[in-house]
Each structure stands twice: as structure tokens, then as C-alpha cells.
Write a protein that binds this ligand. Sequence first.
Ligand code: ZN
Length: 460
Amino acid sequence: MKPYRGTILRPDSTGEYLEMIDDALVIVDDEGEIVVADSVSILCERGRELREKFGLVFDEQMELDGKPIPQTHNIIMPVTANTHDHSFQPPGIDGPLITGTPTEGFGGWLPKTLKNGEYIAKQDVGRSRAMLAMKFEECIRHGVGATLQFTTSSYDAARAAINIGNDKGVRVVAGYVAMDQNIDSIQLGLQEESGIALRATEALLDEFGAACVAVIDRFPIAVSSETRRGLAELARHHGALYETHFDEQDGVGREKDIHKSIYGTASITQTLVDDGVFETGSRVGLAHSIHTTKKEMDLIGSKVDAGCKVFVRACPSSNAQLGSHFVEGAFVPFPLRQWEARGVDITLGTDRGAGRTSNVFAEMQKEHGRHSIETRPSFIDVLRYGTIQGLKSLGVDIGETRVSEGNPAEFTIVELSGAGAYWDIGDHYGNLEFTAARVIDGGQDSSGIKALWVKGRQLK
Ligand SMILES: [Zn+2]
């Protein structure tokens, strides 16, 4: 049995907000089940029962099997969820290009966009598998318990990502990235035979189910309406997440212009709506979503009202690397208030490939720091974006991940760094906000992440 003493930060009974239990004790049994989780003062009242059941002794100090359990400045909190990432970026590439294992679809467009495409296309599957293993090991080091992986257009890469992620114990949702819109006039012409993505995605869903497979549209301009309709239908049929890159750059010479040249006057959002992406009962993830107009947000808001669950993935590292935060030289923050006003939930993604880290705590810190006082989210909010909202968007049942007796262990432990670990500053909200700020600081250094449990298995 493993005892952990510290402060519990966990979703409340609604699964929406975080609650805090100071000076708490959590015990995980040998099967990975949480058998004790409460404040020490309440557990003391259950002293005799706990002594008989688990050998837990409350005397001058607390002991389990004769070993003392000292109080710590550790926070026992939900695992972080990286809801936008890519597998994987082979070495030897300068710049933000994301690749998968070589297939016909992959080989078709890459040489057009990259000089050393030939080199990458020759990389063998063995190396790709090794890189996937490294990706998930990196997740574990950073306390990431769940992640969404765009695996580029390779069925093998998507399959390998799910299998290797499952082997390592991380919750992984991955998918074949569809891109069959052939546009010869545009440099980023993504070419693949129509139907490949549909067949690959359906095969993945049949093999692994919606808990592990997302239906992925590379970005709206890269997928034909015919394929998108098929993908949206597949997602609905299987209850799977529909995921795409969305409004990542400003309108000048980018997605919106290209979209116009293919679809005429309809907005990107309108095209997604027309192709059946935002139906009632659907779950949709939109990575980036930084330059969406008010009109398009209103349209998505009306779909949320009609029962479509929509999540936007703020990717602060990547938005800085790729210049997505800028319109004609002016800085534009991620429009989180505007999205939230329309019932859309915010989650965080590292977008590794374009981003520079796999650490979600670092993304929390960046997202918080990038706003003016009017739009700045609280530390508690960014902690929610990076944990429970992200997990929910990947289809995880929050109730099952809560640190409470009878549940499989699923939490990460962050040691508060530096001085001033004492957080009682008078009121409950103030204590929570201060703790959230400290935990985000502590989690940015992987050495501050002391443990990671996912689905009853200890990964770190
Ligand atoms: Zn991306």
C-alpha cells in the first residue's frame, strides 16, 4: 500500500470545479484502488476502523505498517491533459513540420513542401515506434495522463500511437489525419486519394473504439467536403471526437483566403456546419481557434445551444512559435472570454511539433500571462483548462478520475517549489487561487512532479 499525504485538489461533485482538502491522506492499495482519501482530521475520527482495516495508526504521528507518514507540501491533483499534440517530429527537420511514417498519402505531398522530404520518407517504421515511445515517456515525465495525438496520414502511425500509449499507460486518443483536398496551385497542396482517410478511421474505430480514436480533419481547407461529411458521420455513429485545426492564422493569405478560393463566400465555420460537423450530440475539438470572427463564434454558439459539445484548444507555445497571435503586427490574445460566453469549453494543447514543450503546466502559465487584466483567466481556471476540461473533451468520465475512496488511482502529485508553501490567506477562494498558482509553478519542472497514476496504474 502506498500512502500520500498533502493537499488534495480534485473536481467537486459536479465535475466542473476544483475543491481543496488541506492536510489530507490518500492510500492506494496493491490493486491500484484508492482505499483512503480524506482530511487527516476526519480520518482521525475513523481511527479504530482504519487501524483494523489497513493498519493505519494515528498516534503522536501517523503511521502505516510502522512507517511514519509526514505532512508534505505536495498537491495531489488531477492529471494534466494535453489536448493538442502531434506524433511525431523526426530529427533533422528545422521548423514546425509534423510527419508520420511513410505511406502513399504521406509521400504525395511532403516532397512538395520540404527539401529533405526524401530523407524523411526513408525513415523506417522501427524508428517511428521508438519516437512514439519517447513521446509517451515525455508525457509521463511531465505528469500528462491523457493526450490527443494527430498522427498524420498514416494508419500505421495512428495504430502504433494508440498501442504504444496504452502500453505506457497514458490515456491516448489518436487518429488518422485526413487530407484529400488537392490544390495544385497552392504550395501546401495536401494530396491523398479520397476515401483513404474514411477507411483508415473506420478501421481504427472498429479496432479500438471511441475512447482511443478521434476522427481527424487536418484543417478544414485540407479536406474535401465529401470526405468531411463521411468523417462527421463516422464520428456521430461511433460517439467519437471530431477534431480539426481551426483559425490558426489570420485571414491574410492564409486559411480564409484559401478557403474562399475553394468554397466561394461561405466562411470556414459555415462549411463545417454544412458538412454536418456540429450536429446535436456531436463532440468537436477545434485546435487554436484564435482568429474566429464574432459571426462565426455566434454560429458555433447556436450549435452549442442545440446540444453540440464544442471545445477549443488554446496552444500558447505554438501560437507564439508560429506567430498565430499576431494580426498585421498587433498582438491578439486567445479569445477565451468570447468562447466561454458561447458555452464553448477551453482546453490546452502543447502542439509539439510547432510548440516547444510537452508540459501542460508551462502552457497554463503562458496562457495566464498572455492576457491583459480584463481578459486574464484565474489560475484556478487555467488549471481546470489543463486538467478536468481537457480530460472531459477526450471523453473521460471525470467522476471515475476523482481522488475518492473506491476509485482507481488517477492523479499526479506536484511538490510545491521554493519558499512560502503555506497557503492559508484567509478565504477559501483566495487559498485555492494561491495554491493553483503555486502548483502551476511547481509542475513546470518535471522534477517537481513526484508521481503519476492513471487508471489505477503507477506510471511515475
Ligand atoms: Zn497542430
